[in-house]
Design a protein around this ligand. Structure first.
Ligand code: PEP
Ligand code: MG
Length: 320
């Protein structure tokens, strides 16, 4: 069985009934890329670029950023690399980014709002990504989108830079679905976004109105809450309406109990922590989409996350 798992680790992932499911890795540093590939990652579904920006007095230059992104792209050896634009804010301050103290940092200047408030930072990061070769290996993803204007504003800068740099090839620009607003209007956003990737950590925080950093409530935060699952289903339907794929890059993609439900709801890409890739690939290979759909429909009728977890444990194959 171990030999089977290893052999499977480096093949493209499909369910037992033949549906293609991309299993990719979340990365937060260049050193994580090669081990992720060794674990069978089919690419990177979320590069958290904050590591380049924190704990320093000045922002990284375009050249410095390009060198990091290029090293990661090279380590992925041609596999897709989804680079998430800077996602810092009041809760993760940087000295060169003066953000006035906020009463509610989670509702304040964070995610793509920071880039739009500091166009120089946004433009430098986009220039650095556009300098990576081959063009097209890097895809760009916006964090914390709540309004379509945010996507349009970044698309306008990206198109201007592609013009300046004479890049004729399209560069995919997708969004993270982390706010209830984005999930509910996924069909409208998907008209203009090339892909959707659900950040279940923040989506759960904002849906349940429970601060993920507050220990007094964080233990009650479970992405398998029926409200979150309904929003995931809504997002997948919205994406499908415009033939966009919907992935999950939050913690649920690394949760064996959640994966069958996610597939049943229409998710076709799972971006997991590198260490979980072999487990997730083996799990998906043993599932049928038909069974996942029935299971997800049952989950959507459950009243609580605990109830859904009990249902998921009963569904899970023995070896889990
Ligand atoms: C998420 O919110 O689910 C996510 C993947 O982003 P982060 O955990 O970096 O906020
Ligand atoms: Mg997030």
């Amino acid at each position: 069985r171990r030999a089977d798992a290893l052999a499977r680790a480096h093949t493209l992932c499909h369910t037992a009934d033949g549906a293609r499911i991309e299993v990719v890795a979340n990365l937060g540093h260049r050193a994580e890329a090669a081990p992720a590939v060794a674990n069978g990652a089919e690419g990177c579904g979320l590069l958290r670029t904050e590591f380049l920006f924190l704990e320093r007095a000045t922002p990284p230059s375009v050249a410095e950023q390009t060198a990091e992104y290029q090293a990661i792209a090279d380590a992925l050896d041609g596999r897709p690399l989804i680079v998430r634009l800077l996602d810092i804010g009041g809760d993760k301050p940087a000295p060169y980014l003066p953000i006035a103290p906020e009463e509610n940092p989670a509702l304040g200047l964070r995610g793509i709002r920071v880039g739009l408030a500091h166009p120089d930072l946004l433009e430098d990061q986009l220039r650095a990504i556009l300098a990576v070769r081959p063009i097209g290996q890097c895809r760009i993803m916006l964090p914390m989108v709540a309004r379509i204007e945010e996507l349009r504003a970044v698309r306008a800068v990206l198109d201007r830079l592609r013009g300046e740099l004479a890049i004729a090839e399209p560069v995919a620009l997708g969004i993270m679905v982390e706010t209830p607003a984005a999930a509910i209007t996924a069909d409208l956003l998907a008209r203009e976004a090339d892909f959707l990737s659900i950040g279940t950590n923040d989506l759960t925080q904002y849906t349940l109105a429970m601060d993920r950093a507050n220990p007094a409530v964080a233990s009650a935060l479970d992405g398998l809450h029926p409200a979150v699952l309904r929003l995931i289903g809504e997002t997948c339907r919205g994406g499908a309406r415009h033939a966009r794929w919907t992935g999950v890059c939050g913690g649920l993609a690394s949760d064996s109990l959640a994966v069958p439900i996610l597939l049943g709801l229409g998710v076709t890409e799972l971006s997991a922590t590198p260490g979980m890739i072999p487990t997730i690939k083996a799990l998906v290979a043993g599932l049928t989409l038909a069974a996942c759909r029935t299971h997800a429909a049952q989950a959507l009728e459950c009243t609580s996350a605990d109830h859904i977890r009990a249902l998921a444990r009963a569904f899970a194959p023995q070896e889990m």
